[in-house]
Ligand binder design. Structure first.
Ligand code: CA
Length: 236
C-alpha cells in the first residue's frame, strides 16, 4: 500500500536523514579506504655504510634475507678499461636513470612519477685511468637513488641516500657512503625521496573535516526540527 500524501513531509525528512546517514557512512568508508592505502614507508635509520675501492655492500632493503642491490665499487677492464666503477647491481630490480648511468635525485621526488626506471645495472660513477670521469654521482653529498624492487612478485618503491667522493686520481678514487634507505611497504604505492614516515593524506583530512561539519549540521537541523515539531503538535 502506498503512503498517504499527508506523510510526504515526514517522508521527505526521513529521506533527508537517510541521505545524510548515507553520506556519513560513505564518508567513513572512504576514510577507512584512504587509511588502508596510506603510504607506509619502512625506514632503515642512519647506517652510514662505507663502500671502499674493490669492495661491495649487499643492500637488503626489506630485510627479508635476499639482497636487492649490490653496491659494487669495482675495477673493471671492460670496453678498453680499466675503470673504477660504482654500480648498484640491480639483480633484476630497477633504479632511476637512463642507459648506463643512475640519476642523482634531490629530496621530495615522488616515486613512481616522471622518473625513468631501468632494470639494467646503472653506474653511479666511473673514473677512467686517464682521470676522466662519467656518471652524475661523483662528488655528490646526500643524493638519492630511486629504486624499484620486488617483494613476493610485487613492485615496491624506495630510495637510497648516498654520498660519493670525487677524485680524478684513478688510484685514489670512488669511495661511497650509503647513509640510509627506505621503501614503501604497500606494493605499488608512492614514496618520496627522503620520506621516512607516513604523511596524512590531504584527502583524508578533508573528508574528516567534512564528516565532522556534516554531523554538526545534522545535529543543528535535528534540534531545530525537534523545537519546531513540538510547536506544530497542536495543529497535527
Ligand atoms: Ca630483500
Amino acid at each position: 500500500m502506498r503512503s498517504a500524501p499527508a506523510t510526504t513531509s515526514t517522508s521527505s525528512k526521513s529521506n533527508w536523514e537517510r541521505n545524510l546517514t548515507t553520506y556519513i557512512v560513505v564518508g567513513g568508508a572512504m576514510l577507512t579506504a584512504a587509511s588502508d592505502v596510506q603510504a607506509d614507508p619502512v625506514y632503515s635509520g642512519i647506517q652510514n655504510v662505507a663502500v671502499g675501492l674493490d669492495s661491495f655492500f649487499d643492500l637488503d632493503l626489506d630485510g627479508n634475507g635476499s639482497t636487492d642491490f649490490r653496491f659494487e665499487n669495482d675495477t673493471s677492464s671492460d670496453f678498453g678499461g680499466p675503470y673504477r666503477t660504482l654500480t648498484p647491481v640491480s639483480l633484476g630490480n630497477a633504479a632511476v636513470g637512463a642507459v648506463f648511468f643512475a640519476s642523482v635525485l634531490g629530496p621530495g621526488v615522488a616515486l613512481p612519477g616522471s622518473e625513468n626506471f631501468e632494470t639494467a645495472s646503472l653506474k653511479m660513477a666511473r673514473v677512467n685511468q686517464d682521470g676522466t670521469t662519467s656518471g652524475s654521482w661523483i662528488g655528490v653529498s646526500n643524493g638519492y637513488l630511486g629504486v624499484a624492487f620486488d617483494i613476493a612478485g610485487l613492485t615496491h618503491y624506495g630510495w637510497v641516500r648516498a654520498s660519493v667522493s670525487g677524485s680524478t686520481d684513478f688510484n685514489n678514487s670512488l669511495t661511497a657512503t650509503i647513509h640510509d634507505w627506505a621503501y614503501e611497504d604497500v606494493a605499488g604505492a608512492s614514496i618520496k625521496t627522503g620520506q621516512t614516515a607516513a604523511v596524512p593524506e590531504p584527502g583524508s583530512l578533508a573528508l574528516l573535516a567534512l564528516g565532522a561539519s556534516g554531523l554538526a549540521a545534522y545535529r543543528r537541523r535535528r534540534n531545530l526540527r525537534a523545537t519546531r515539531d513540538t510547536g506544530a503538535n497542536t495543529s497535527a
